[in-house]
Design a protein around this ligand. Structure first.
Ligand SMILES: NC(=O)c1ccc[n+]([C@@H]2O[C@H](COP(=O)([O-])OP(=O)(O)OC[C@H]3O[C@@H](n4cnc5c(N)ncnc54)[C@H](OP(=O)(O)O)[C@@H]3O)[C@@H](O)[C@H]2O)c1
Length: 255
């Protein structure tokens, strides 16, 4: 089994659910990243307690205030990260934070649609844009051949619910979530096209249906299993995976 070894990673929405599990597993890896950067919208609030406990155990974990709905917060976080990294560059950005209001046509409102779009699509675009210089710097400093998460990558945590092809009559509705994840998938393609020639990999990942606040109790997968799979898949990504949509076992999903 391959392990993901890199110098720096930022995970958004790292205070609970899959984001927190990513920090936990990367923290206790055999060769943990030197900079394990955790974005969280309220580091001083009760929802950040578990993340703060992890940061006490692993000295490489640094917590940053990051509200994906707020462009100023995104820019401030990116500026602070650049300072912490100095001239090291950022290897991996994992756009994990997201919201899901559920519901179908009857429930959708302009507010739930726009809020989903802001958190699930606009936030990932703006943080990627703000951290692009750090990703480019990582490419310059790397002596890795080809493209990989070890060199520089943007991973968008998407969902099978964003797949247009797999959406059927039997599927759960969740209009706002589905539409926003389909848009996030398009962002993955656009970024992959533009950034691959610069040496930066971009892919969408589906973590499986996982027991978290978002996934709910009925989900068949536990966080540990999903994230273990995702980290293994990330360790294997290369040129051929740029602009792809993969699940936590590495299987390709249709757009
Ligand atoms: N669980 C599943 O079955 C499943 C399936 C497919 C895809 N996914 C995807 O996997 C990712 C993680 O899901 P999860 O199950 O871990 O969800 P979760 O348990 O609901 O956690 C969501 C995380 O996103 C953060 N977040 C939400 N809005 C934010 C904002 N505006 N700014 C910063 N952080 C924000 C939350 O922070 P707060 O505590 O501050 O709210 C929390 O840390 C998401 O992209 C989700 O769409 C999950």
């Amino acid at each position: 089994m391959q392990t993901l070894s890199l110098r720096s990673v930022l995970v958004t929405g790292a205070n609970r659910g899959l984001g927190l599990e990513l920090i936990r597993q990367l923290g206790r890896a055999e060769r943990p990243p030197r900079y394990l950067l955790a974005g969280c919208r309220d580091p001083e609030g009760p929802r950040a307690k578990d993340l703060k406990n992890i940061a006490k155990s692993f000295s490489n974990v640094k917590i940053f205030k990051l509200d994906m709905d707020d462009v100023d917060s995104i820019q401030e976080c990116a500026d602070q990260i650049q300072k912490v990294l100095e001239n090291d560059g950022l290897n991996l950005l994992i756009n994990n934070a997201a919201i899901n209001f559920g519901g179908g046509l009857n429930e959708i409102t302009p507010v739930t649609m726009i809020k989903s779009y802001i958190t699930n699509v606009v936030g990932p675009i703006m943080i990627t844009k703000a951290l692009l210089p750090a990703l480019q710097q990582a490419v310059q400093l790397s002596d890795e051949l080809g493209i990989s998460c070890k060199k520089a990558a943007v991973i968008n945590m998407s969902s099978i619910m964003g797949s247009i092809e797999l959406c059927s009559n039997e599927s759960e509705k969740s209009y706002t979530y589905r539409i926003s994840k389909a848009a996030l998938n398009m962002l993955t393609k656009c970024l992959a096209n533009e950034l691959k020639p610069q040496g930066i990999l971009c892919a969408s990942m589906h973590p499986g249906w996982v027991k978290t606040e978002m996934g709910g109790e009925k989900a068949p997968l536990i966080k540990e299993e999903s994230i273990n799979g995702i980290l293994e898949v990330l360790s294997r990504l290369s040129d051929k995976d740029s602009g792809s949509f993969l699940d936590w076992r590495g299987q390709r999903l249709p757009w």
